[in-house]
Design a protein around this ligand. Structure first.
Ligand code: URA
Length: 244
């Protein structure tokens, strides 16, 4: 354990959900165990299990997505489904070693609704209050792992972490001014690549995603800001109360 977790009760009172009591200082494994019983919002009721973050305590990069999907919910592990495969492929192509990476989500339970026909579980975007209820876990993961680089994947994670005005479309790949890590970035969510309308668009979107990750990796290695996108820092926020 690298450091203790401090979480003030007032920070938990961010939505309609019951405030989670302050988390006790504990190891990442302890946090994962404690998160299994989390009932800070109602999402646990329809989910199979809590899907806590995964990766080395020594990871230099933390990727934060939205919430576990159908496969993650069943496996109990983040980014193991189709979006995770895209992420893995992009990391490989960008030359980022999985052992340097910790992956997690802003929400740790799968939110879904039954498909109108058939048995499929359809992903539903988490509400602001659900994201806020889950926030102490993400803060505790950040405190434990202390990543050098934090990467928000997609608008939900980016706005939860960097403020509701953050635009992934406009600001992807740019260094963000935030106290959460030495270097903070946002890029698209890998599932957006799966939704590309055709193979050409998909290939182009994948190339752009890999470019973002490669740039982030080079910034991490060189300790400099990315050169090919705007070097202008943009304001990030520690206050998820600003999230959409
Ligand atoms: N999408 C996410 O945001 N996270 C996962 O773990 C899987 C899919």
């Amino acid at each position: 354990m690298k450091s203790l977790i401090k979480h003030s009760p007032s920070e938990s009172k961010r939505g309609k959900e019951a405030a989670m009591p302050p988390l006790k200082p504990q190891t990442l494994a302890g946090l994962r165990r404690a998160a299994r019983d989390c009932k800070a919002c109602d999402l646990w009721k329809n989910a199979t299990q809590t899907v806590f973050g995964e990766g080395s305590l020594e990871a230099k990069i933390m990727f934060v997505g939205e919430q576990p999907g159908d496969q993650e919910d069943m496996a109990g592990r983040p980014f193991v489904g189709p979006a995770g495969k895209i992420l893995d492929e992009a990391l490989r192509e960008a030359g980022i070693d999985r052992s340097d990476v910790y992956v997690t989500n802003v929400v740790k339970h799968f939110k879904w609704a039954p498909a109108q026909r058939g048995k499929r579980r359809i992903h539903k975007k988490p509400r602001y209050s659900e994201i806020n209820a889950c926030r102490p876990w993400l803060d505790a993961e950040l405190e434990s792992v202390k990543p050098e680089v934090l990467v928000c994947l997609g608008a939900t994670a980016a706005q939860a972490i960097l403020g509701k005005d953050f635009s992934v479309t406009r600001q992807r790949g740019q260094l963000v001014d935030s106290s959460l890590a030495l270097k903070v970035f946002a890029t698209v969510h890998p599932s957006s690549i799966l939704r590309a309308p055709d193979a050409t668009a998909r290939r182009e979107q994948m190339q752009e995603f890999v470019r973002d990750l490669a740039r982030i990796a080079s910034v991490m290695k060189a300790g400099t800001s990315p050169s090919t996108r705007s070097p202008k820092s943009v304001k990030g926020s520690r206050n998820p109360g600003e999230a959409a």
